[in-house]
Write a protein of this length. Structure first.
Length: 1100
């Protein structure tokens, strides 16, 4: 039987005039041919027919419905070929498939409804080589359980998601392009089931792929680029697999797995995401094999009870950390490779981490950090952590290491208090500082290991640590082989400890300072590692800077002291002078003799003894002193009460101090300040010291200390003293904030907590306590701490606590009232010092500050003027002695591409160039990336951010993902930032950026945060002339010549419709122009070609 063929044409004789008329006469299997034209109809198809454009006629066939669906299918099989389907009804899909199969081939569907194509009930789709768009809603929605397919199809510029598979829908999506969706690229929820193969998803406003609820999905060969929020959001309890897929350039995180999901990932590559590469949270589980993550702030994050098993993971260029495991999470890695980043693996807050095989190389930070009660197991791992610790175990944590190699680390392994390290059959080689350091209260068991080539000691055991070394080799280290305290629980059994530059097994006396490794300045080196560090003939010897251990040495301890900034600068200057003298001597250059003996002048309790100990340790580290130990004496230790006895006594003390520091406290008491008539044996001590100092000028450092005025009298008492003590270091009184910090540190050390009322009372105490010339500073801080503990004990004895936590909490009741000042105290109380105009000590603030860097910005004149005024106000405040803390903090509000980050960077440079900040470095952090599982976690992270930004600008971005965080998290982060900003010193500024609406919503809800900023600035959208200038500047930066004709063409094209996104869009458009330019000079036709390409690609 011949197939029935019906023709529909607007004007052909004998043809049907409407499609509905032809459908009424069509039988099952009929072919309905449509001539070119526009058919205003709403079609209901109930028979198995083919509706096709006539391929023999030129022109398009458009079927359009003003109301209802354009085509509704209720037939066993309907074929639609070569048609353009469109509709205007916002409540009706253009194509609705209720029953049977609708096969579309070479069609275009344009909708303005909640969905362009809908398959539901028992409907089924078979779509091939089609194009779909929908400005108001989704592209394709499938809820039917009948399996459908969509192949070689483009879905673009949808108002919500491009493809949705919901309820019990089933769909296969193959070799498709989904671009510009203002929702998701693919969303699978309910009990839906989707197979997505070789599909490209780009520029989605929400997560590109979402699989949630109980849905199932198999994603193969996916390529996701340019997501504005997230690449993949997987929270479904159903089976989900992702294979051989790439996720590139997300403006937020890449892959998020949460809420009980358990997907499987194979061959997944993540790169250039602004957030984490892969996050597993909320009890989710993941199995990932042969995956790669590159150039993201955080590579893998597993937290909040999540569990992850990785086989063959590579993380490259992670800016903050390659792997972070926290909050009772579990992570297992086999064949792990970490390269090119600044951080390695971190296990925090009770996490469990296992690594079997692999290589970790970091340029900064620790290779493996296990903290907060976490545990780790490491085997067959090669670890390099240049500038950090290979393995750091702190905070009551434990790590077991088998068959690992730690090479070229700052310190090989560090074990903190209450933590445990078990290391077997491993190697620790060529550490910059110590090989293994076991701190107070820690435990380490090291068996069958080799520790060699360290720039410091091989193994250092601090007091009260427990260490067992067995069947180990400790050799060729620049310091001692094994250094521990005599009488501590340290066992060394069947070990080979040989060839170390210091003492192979050095058991020091209790109370001795654990000095850094000595560096002999004469004599031949005897170890292989020492010979390597000396360099081959003809090479320059390493500088003093190269010799300093990073992060854990005496210089770091000096820096960590509270306050004393002027003292630190002075001591660092002395250290650098000694380094330079040593360097010149190595090069055979003359250097005037340097007197290393010092006077420490200032009130008691300001850290003079501590600084003296550290100074000696640093000089030992440089090889200037042989030991660096400190011998601390007073008059009674030097002076005898019989004639001739003082010289003997003084010489004995001096001999004990050779190779280190002799520290004489209250040295002025050695001279007869009272002008009495009796014998002055103290003067004999001074004369003996002067002779011994001259005889052993290169073997000892003598430091005399006391009150400033009395030390001047001490120098005047003997003409030879002034020549031997060439420099005086003045120690100032601690400020109120510094005294409070000392007490807080004591509380932390002894596990006490200060309530807010106690902090306020403590601050008030130090503000009111008399500070005469004999004020005890740090001693007073320690005394008040001891008094607080005593008063708390009495208070709790009278009123037993209801909770155990009260035993560690100190309140305002525990702080005594400050004593009333007496006349003498009032007379000598130092005047308050006004804040200097220039915060950076080496740079004075100019009277008329310059905002020259800001002038390089295109447009934004009102913002440039406002920031220029801010710089002027800061200078005026500094000159008048006003408070400048927080006065440099600003808010920059603007849309994406408005130049917020560029403005912040140039503002930071202005602050540094005008002396308000020590440097112009800017650290950027998105608020959504702040951990906030608890308020304390948010506070700790914020404090770390401010420390990292110290001396520069902390740039905080209120990003889109911040809105997706739970409200308690958002509140904790906002509160933490407010507290951190208020605690930050005047040497650090803060800039907050985001869109105007988001910023206002945040600041209106958090008054404390609002008060942290001095000014709120709005960055207005760029006009056409400014966009033109941005495009031209970008083209010139790319090496092209841009003439006036090109500027005029740009003005015309951009006025007709700019691609958007401000400076970002301007740079993208310039790149398009550059791609169409065939020579060095840009021509107007290149601009027109780029405009056409942008329009075609949907970039407007």
């Amino acid at each position: 039987m011949r197939r029935q063929t019906l023709t529909v044409s607007p004007d052909r004789p004998g043809a049907y005039r409407t499609i509905s008329q032809a459908l009424a006469d069509a039988r099952d299997g009929a072919l309905v041919l449509l001539d070119p034209g526009r058919y205003e109809e709403s079609l209901l198809i109930t028979r198995a027919i083919t509706l096709s454009a006539d391929a023999t006629a030129a022109g398009e066939v458009r079927v359009h419905a003003g109301e209802g669906s354009t085509v509704t299918v209720e037939a066993e099989a309907v074929q639609l070929t070569g048609l353009i389907l469109s509709g205007d009804d916002p409540d009706a899909p253009v194509l609705e498939v209720r029953q049977g199969q609708a096969a579309l081939d070479g069609c275009s569907v344009t909708g303005h409804a909640w969905a362009a194509v809908l398959a539901w009930n028992q409907g089924r789709l078979a779509v091939r080589d089609c194009r779909m768009t929908n400005t108001l809603g989704a592209g394709i929605v499938v809820t039917s359980p009948e399996a459908g397919t969509v192949e070689n199809t483009t879905v673009t510029d949808t108002g919500s998601s491009a493809v949705v598979v919901a309820e019990r829908g089933r769909l296969t999506l193959r070799d498709c392009d989904l671009t510009g969706a203002r929702g998701n690229g693919v969303c699978v929820n309910g009990q839906g089931n989707a197979l997505v193969e070789k599909t490209r998803i780009s520029r989605t406003a929400k997560p590109a792929v979402v699989v949630e609820q109980e849905a199932r999905a198999e994603l193969i060969g996916l390529a996701v680029t340019g997501s504005e929020m997230c690449d993949a959001y997987l929270t479904s309890s159903g089976k989900v697999t992702v294979s051989d897929s790439t996720f590139t350039g997300s403006a937020g995180p890449a892959v998020h797995i949460g809420t009980g999901a358990a997907p499987v990932l194979r061959g997944v590559v993540v790169s250039d995401a602004a957030g984490h590469g892969l996050r597993v949270t909320d009890g989710a589980k993941v199995r990932a094999d042969d995956c790669e993550i590159a150039r993201t702030p955080l590579g893998v994050v597993v937290e909040d009870g999540g569990a992850a098993v990785f086989g063959g993971l590579t993380v490259r260029g992670a800016a903050q950390a390659a792997v972070v495991t926290g909050a009772e999470a579990t992570a297992e890695f086999e064949r792990l490779t970490v390269t090119g980043g600044t951080g390695g693996l971190r296990a925090l807050d009770g996490a469990r981490l296992t690594v079997r095989g692999g290589e970790i190389t970091t340029s900064d930070g620790d290779g493996l950090e296990v903290a907060g009660g976490s545990s780790g197991q490491v085997s067959e791992l090669l670890l390099r952590a240049v500038g950090g610790c290979g393995i750091s175990v702190i905070g009551a944590s434990s790590v077991t290491v088998d068959s690992a190699t730690l090479r070229d680390c700052g310190t090989g392994a560090v074990v903190g208090a209450e933590s445990e390290l078990t290391m077997r059959d491993s190697e620790v080689g060529d550490a910059t500082a110590d090989g293994i350091r076991v701190r107070e209260g820690a435990t380490a068991e090291v068996t069958g290991c080799r520790v060699h080539g360290a720039g410091g000691h091989g193994v250092v055991v601090e007091p009260s640590a427990r260490v067992a070394l067995s069947h180990c080799t400790v050799m060729d280290n620049a310091g001692d082989g094994v250094r521990c305290v005599l009488g501590e629980p340290v066992t060394v059994e069947d070990c080979e400890v040989v060839g170390n530059a210091g003492t192979d097994l050095n058991r020091t006396r209790p109370g001795d300072r654990p000095a850094a490794a000595p560096r002999p300045n004469s004599g031949a080196r005897t170890t292989a590692s020492a010979a390597r560090r000396e360099g081959s003939p003809g090479q320059d010897a390493p500088s003093g800077e190269d010799m300093s251990p990073t992060g854990t040495g005496p210089l770091a301890e000096l820096d960590a002291l509270v306050g004393l900034e002027s003292v630190k600068r002075e001591v660092n200057g002395l250290i650098n002078l000694n380094k330079m003298a040593q360097r010149r001597a190595e090069m055979g250059l003359p250097m005037p003799p340097i007197s290393r003996h010092l006077i420490f002048a200032g009130p008691p309790g300001t850290g003079k003894t501590t600084v003296a100990r550290l100074y000696g340790a640093v000089l030992a580290e440089l090889g200037i002193l042989a030991k660096g130990h400190s011998v601390e004496v007073a008059r009674a230790d030097l002076v005898a009460q019989i004639i001739g006895g003082t010289a003997i006594k003084t010489t004995e003390v001096f001999q004990r101090a050779l190779g280190g520091v002799l520290f004489i406290d209250e040295a002025y008491t050695l001279t007869n300040q009272s002008k009495g008539t009796g014998p002055d044996f103290g003067q004999e001590a001074v004369e003996t010291l002067m002779k011994l100092m001259e005889d052993h000028r290169d073997d000892i450092v003598v430091i005399v200390a006391g009150y400033s005025q009395q030390m001047e009298q001490f120098l005047a008492s003997n003409p030879g003293l002034a020549s031997r003590f060439a420099r005086t270091v003045e120690f100032p009184n601690y400020s109120v904030d510094e005294l409070v910090t000392i007490v807080r540190n004591l509380c932390d050390k002894h596990y006490y907590e200060l309530g807010d009322d106690a902090l306020d009372a403590l601050t008030q105490y130090f503000e009111q306590v008399p500070k005469g010339p004999t004020f005890g500073n740090g001693r007073v801080a320690r005394q008040i701490f001891e008094t607080m503990i005593s008063r708390q004990a009495s208070r709790l004895a009278d009123r037993p606590p209801a909770r155990n936590s009260e035993l560690s909490r100190l309140t305002a009741e525990d702080i005594e009232k400050a004593p009333e000042p007496e006349d003498d105290d009032k007379l000598h109380a130092p005047p308050a010092s006004p804040l200097p105009a220039a915060r950076h000590p080496g740079r004075a603030a100019v009277s008329v500050p310059s905002a020259q860097p800001l002038e390089t910005l295109t447009g934004l004149d009102d913002v440039k003027a406002a920031l220029s005024r801010r710089l002027t106000d800061l200078a005026a405040l500094g000159r008048s002695g006003g408070e400048v803390r927080g006065m440099a903090n600003v808010v920059l509000a603007g849309e994406r591409g408005s130049g917020r980050q560029a403005v912040a960077g140039l503002y930071a440079r202005c602050l540094a160039e005008n002396g308000f900040l020590p440097h112009g470095a800017m650290r950027a952090e998105a608020l959504s990336q702040f951990p906030a599982r608890t308020p304390r976690q948010a506070t700790a992270w914020t404090e770390a951010m401010f420390r990292a930004a110290a001396g520069g600008v902390l740039l905080l971005e209120l990003d889109d993902m911040f809105d997706t965080l739970p409200p308690p998290y958002r509140a904790a982060i906002a509160d933490a930032v407010a507290v951190g900003a208020q605690a930050a010193g005047p040497d650090t500024a803060m800039v907050l950026t985001g869109t105007d609406s988001r910023l206002l919503a945040l600041l209106r809800g958090h008054g404390d945060l609002t008060r942290c900023f001095a000014e709120y600035l709005r960055l207005r959208p760029y006009g056409v002339p400014e966009i033109t200038e941005l495009v031209c500047r970008r083209l010139r930066d790319l090496g092209h010549v841009v003439g006036e004709d090109v500027r005029q063409e740009l003005d015309t094209v951009l006025a007709a419709g700019f691609p958007g996104f401000g400076a970002y869009g301007a740079h993208r458009f310039a790149d398009l122009v550059e791609a169409h330019c065939n020579g060095l000079t840009v021509e107007p036709k290149d601009v027109r070609a780029a405009a056409g390409a942008a329009s075609t690609a949907g970039d407007r």
